[in-house]
Design a protein around this ligand. Sequence first.
Ligand code: IMP
Ligand code: MG
Length: 179
Amino acid sequence: MSNVVVNNKTFQPFISSQKIDQRIKEMGNQIDNDYAGKRPLFIAILNGSFMFASDLFKSISIEAEICFIKLASYKGTSSTGNLITSIGLDESLVNRHVVIIEDIIDTGNTLHQFLPQIHNQQPASLKIAALLNKPTAMKYPIAIDYLGFSVPDKFLLGFGLDFDGLGRNLSQIYQLVNE
Ligand code: IMP
Ligand code: MG
């Protein structure tokens, strides 16, 4: 497979679509086993996770629901930093078995700020499924219950992940080539 150029940066193939498919099927099987009879509610975080969420959800055969939210972070002028609010979470989470679907957990900042909002709604349980994690970049200790791949702290592209809005449509995952 060849390199791609997006916004004048070069990216090289990193995880093939076959490997991604296979790993997502394994994650789906694991979730099937863990959640049989529990009718889990998946909450996919847009934009990046849409492709992973779609494939993961197709690989699940038990009764399950899915909804999508968008997280908006605002640069605060005060020292409290970023405030993250969710848009589109209409479902009641009370007594539901919730599984958050994320594309990649990098610093962990997004989930560190967002998870308390979910906890406040008193779900029966709360787990996290992420396709990718950069363990050396993590600043907050987020326990990832279902992880696709652990990756080095390099910028990735494709399979939903973007670089300035582009590259989400690539069916495999690419890594930035250092120049
Ligand atoms: P975190 O809050 O630092 O954990 O990162 C959250 C978000 O940053 C992810 O959900 C992605 O949308 C984005 N992100 C982190 N690393 C990458 C990457 O390597 N490529 C593209 N987007 C990324
Ligand atoms: Mg994201």
